[in-house]
Ligand binder design. Structure first.
Ligand SMILES: [Zn+2]
Length: 274
């Protein structure tokens, strides 16, 4: 048997496997997203039962196998145990884990995503800036870390400043995944209409973004992670960013997030005005 290696990371998901085992997905600093089998972890007497659950963070000792790993031991780090005491935090947190799982791959450095999850869970537990706002900030930062939204203060095509003195804001074009000034947006829209006429497809609308919204987006994508959730974001700006992230998610072609269905159901159950 190969030697055990130590990896720092967080459990993204855990599924029952065979009669007594679990199959967990772990996001690690050293090896990116990996699959780990935890033998006997479903037995109540198992020391591994409590640590093979979503939100558990720490150092995992694992045996590398063929494409997967086997769990040997665990040294606790930060366990976001409190997350599971509140149903809404659990549901939002589960969505963040699912989104992290969607973006991450094996054999990549997972450190930045782990740090982002860490500050995001701290913010959820603190309760500011509100769960929906946290969701939008997290979605945008995750997209940025994975190569989207490279610049939010200049036009993606001509480089014109969209914020600052004389900045007129810009437009998010879902079919391009980019932000453009008005004249570049209009040109691209003509091309897009032509493309739709020839190739068919569902028409998507551009979203206008004010300089204030673009500045907030710029802070979210480029700011220090530890300060990400501390500014007093304008709720209207976060709502606009939410609109962008909704059409962005649809334009990714992905796919279905199980935790979002639960989130939608939860919102329907919530009393009006909450
Ligand atoms: Zn332009």
């Amino acid at each position: 048997m190969s030697e055990a290696v130590e990896v720092k990371g967080m459990v993204l998901s855990a599924l029952p496997y065979r009669e007594y085992d679990k199959r967990i997905t772990l996001l690690t600093c050293e090896r990116g997203k990996i699959t780990v089998f935890a033998n006997g972890a479903r037995k109540p007497s198992s020391q591994m039962a409590a640590v093979t659950q979503p939100f558990v963070m720490g150092t995992f000792s694992v045996y590398p196998g063929r494409g997967t790993y086997n769990l040997k031991g665990f040294t606790p780090g930060q366990y976001f145990e409190e997350m599971s005491r509140d149903i809404e935090n659990t549901v939002y947190g589960s969505y963040f884990l699912e989104l992290a799982s969607y973006y991450t791959k094996e054999n990549e450095d997972g450190t930045q995503t782990l740090n982002l999850l860490y500050v995001t869970f701290r913010a959820l537990l603190r309760g500011t800036p509100g769960r929906d706002g946290i969701r939008r900030i997290f979605e945008l930062r995750m997209a940025y870390e994975n190569g989207f939204f490279p610049g939010t203060t200049i036009c993606s095509a001509c480089g014109k400043a969209l914020t600052g003195p004389g900045g007129e804001g810009g437009y998010f074009l879902p079919w391009e995944h980019g932000i453009y000034c008005r004249s570049c947006m209009e040109r691209r829209k003509e091309e897009y209409k032509l493309h739709l006429k020839e190739q068919g497809g569902v028409h998507k609308r551009e979203i206008e973004l004010s300089p204030a919204v673009l500045s907030a987006m710029d802070y979210i994508v480029r700011g220090n992670l530890k300060d990400l959730y501390y500014p007093e974001y304008d709720p209207a700006a976060l709502e606009k960013i939410g609109e962008v992230m909704e059409v962005f998610r649809e334009s990714l072609g992905k796919t279905h997030f199980r935790s979002l269905d639960v989130l939608d159901q939860l919102k329907e159950l919530s009393l009006p005005g909450r």
